[in-house]
Design a protein around this ligand. Structure first.
Ligand code: GP9
Ligand code: MN
Length: 621
């Protein structure tokens, strides 16, 4: 090659462009990232850039050419190894690497045996940039800069890099609000902030978790156990074992709030099937039941139902503490001969479910790959609920019995969109499109539950099963208070906002005949002990915050993740104590004794999770 004089920093520019393009082409060829619009494609294209500018940019601080070149070459090599490893991992797990997966020993067996099988010759492509950088170092003869030039240029360079990062984050936030605070999906993270930034983010979250865990030694456990024992509620002898040996079919009713049950919207019944269930002699319908989720939304509801513990205050516990030891309902059911699973037609990495389900000892996850999504079967976030339940029942027929499964519905999810042919009632006409459409998607979900019941009956599974259905969290946020006020014909106060956190709970026991509408004040925390007791499984030794709703000792006290709470006579919200009957602020003395209890209980739950304390109970056993 003829020696030409290249501009200063030519190698740096070549390295950045080479790695940038290699990464982008890698995205397109090795991962199936769903891109819905041009903006998402643009974000995907730009997302490696800010990271590469920063990391490669460190060469601007290195004085000698030799060291600079070694650094550039190493960066290109490391980024290539990261992309290559993710590609190989993705072929097997349809997911990106997260640190806990590398540390979970149970995964390692799978990993090492499949790593080689999943390498392709074409993966050499990932190292294209390394070759390019190598050649550039060898053949490019770049001009040198003076020290003063260097300083000005450097500043400008990092301002540009930071600007690109900001633009990237801004566009991502617009596409996916709360992407980083809720961290709901690795695929979304990679699509929006890029693989490299994602790994830094993952490292940050995981190291925070590890530090807290390292400081715990199990001595806190006694205090927590004392609190839990003191609140234990003896099962109701009449209900204990009432459904012994039966299959359990949980249904997580997406975004379903109680205000629609036995209610109408301009004369249209919103949930005709669920309404009929409230009057059904085989059903217990709980109309004074609250969700207790935080930022982790659906995943928090799953966490609560599985563990009878609170999710985390910030971020989703499914992400932050998937490496913990738990004593989950699924594990207990497994120990009692049950085959346990979750059925949900979404990608497996969403909410980190694939990893967390291993920690919860769930035998199988029927994710989107288990479903056939035909023409017209998808809307909004994915598969429609009706084909979803139809195919789920088909798969249930094949499960070893007794089984426990959790169907997670999806159609009634924000922004509540529906195909014309699935609209069974008209939209509402407030100023909130969200609320207007909500009634229609709820109506559709109700229909899917009817299909579920019919298909279970046809399959022969119905008689030997119980069906436990609950709303996972609110669907209409406080941003829509005005429209909500119009529908409910009242002004929505902080008191009403607490009341609107009521979600339905149905426990349907075919053939039972003594069901009723119960106004026992309860929350999602209570589901685990209630259901286990129905199956005749003891929970006396369990580290759980809830208690059996059927128990005569069940305490009517529900604490929200954010510290608000509900008692028999009061509601406490934003430091105001409300009288439950009038909805008006009342003497704070009425709430006082519970304020401390709420703080203590949330604190103990956090202690268990942050310190991974249940690992110490396992060691005891
Ligand atoms: C995603 C579904 C919805 O798989 O569970 O999650 P959400 O946004 O409701 O937490
Ligand atoms: Mn949800």
């Amino acid at each position: 090659m003829k020696k030409i004089n290249w501009p200063k920093h030519a190698i740096l520019v070549i390295a950045i462009i080479a790695t940038w393009l290699t990464t982008y082409i890698g995205y397109k060829t090795s991962f199936s990232l769903k891109i819905d619009n041009v903006m998402q494609e643009f974000i995907l294209f730009m997302n490696p850039l800010s990271f590469l500018l920063f990391v490669y940019g460190a060469t601007l601080f290195i004085k000698t050419t030799k060291k600079r070149n070694i650094y550039l070459f190493s960066v290109s090599l490391i980024t290539s190894i990261i992309m290559f490893s993710n590609a190989v991992f993705y072929r097997f797990f349809s997911d990106f690497i997260t640190l806990p997966v590398l540390f979970q020993t149970s995964n390692f067996g799978d990993l090492s045996s499949s790593v080689f099988a999943n390498m392709h010759v074409t993966d050499i492509f990932f190292f294209t940039d390394v070759v390019i950088v190598g050649l550039a170092i060898k053949f490019v003869n770049e001009a040198q800069t003076s020290t003063s030039q260097r300083k000005i240029g450097r500043k400008l360079y990092f301002v540009v890099a930071a600007t690109i990062l900001m633009v990237n984050l801004g566009l991502s936030e617009a596409q996916r609000p709360q992407l980083l605070t809720r961290s709901f999906d690795r695929e979304l993270l990679v699509k929006n902030i890029g693989t490299y930034n994602y790994h830094i983010y993952d490292l940050f979250i995981q190291s925070k978790t590890h530090a807290q865990r390292a400081l715990a030694d199990g001595s806190e456990l006694t205090e927590v156990a004392n609190y839990i024992n003191a609140n234990y509620a003896e099962p109701n002898p009449e209900m204990f074992g009432a459904a012994k040996g039966r299959n359990v079919i949980f249904v997580s009713l997406e975004s379903l709030q109680s205000f629609v049950i036995n209610n109408d919207m301009k004369g249209h019944e919103i949930t005709p099937f669920l309404n009929s269930l409230t009057k059904d002699p085989d059903t217990f319908y709980f109309n004074n039941f609250y969700h207790q989720t935080g930022l982790g939304k659906t995943s928090d509801s799953e966490f609560i139902v599985e563990n009878s513990l609170y999710g985390r205050n910030g971020g989703a516990v499914f992400f932050t503490n998937s490496g913990n030891t738990y004593n989950s309902m699924s594990e207990k059911l497994g120990d009692n001969g049950y085959f346990t699973s979750v059925m949900h037609a979404n990608n497996r990495s969403f909410w980190n479910r694939d990893i967390m389900y291993q920690a919860l000892k769930i035998d199988k996850f029927y994710d989107v790959e288990s479903y056939e999504i035909g023409e017209g079967d998808a809307v909004n976030w994915g598969m429609k609920d009706i084909p979803f339940v139809e195919q789920s029942v088909e798969m249930m027929k094949e499960m070893p019995q007794p089984f426990s499964t959790r169907l997670i519905t999806l159609t009634n999810h924000h922004p509540f969109t529906l195909d014309e042919e699935d609209m069974m009632i008209p939209a509402y006409d407030s100023n909130s499109r969200t609320l207007n459409q909500y009634f229609q998607t709820v109506r559709y979900m109700d229909e899917s539950i009817k299909v579920l019941f019919n298909n279970l009956k046809e399959s022969g599974l119905y008689d030997n099963s119980i069906i436990v259905m609950y709303g996972d969290h609110y669907g209409i946020s406080e941003n829509h208070n005005k429209a909500m006020g119009m529908y409910l014909e009242k002004e929505i106060t902080p008191f009403d906002n607490v009341e609107l956190q009521k979600v339905p709970l149905f426990i349907h026991i075919p053939g039972y005949g003594k069901g009723e509408v119960s106004d026992e004040l309860a929350g999602q925390m209570d589901v685990k002990p209630t259901v286990l007791h129905l199956l005749g499984i003891d929970t006396k030794e369990d580290m759980q915050m809830g208690s059996d709703i059927f128990s005569p000792d069940h305490e009517p006290f529900v604490i929200f993740r954010d510290g608000r709470f509900v008692t028999e006579n009061t509601i406490y919200a934003h430091e105001v104590c409300y009288d439950k009957k009038t909805g008006e602020p009342t003497d704070s003395g009425a709430c006082e004794p519970y304020i401390e209890r709420a703080t203590t209980e949330l604190g103990y739950s956090d202690l268990i999770i942050n310190g991974d304390l249940l690992r110490f109970t396992e060691e005891d056993q």
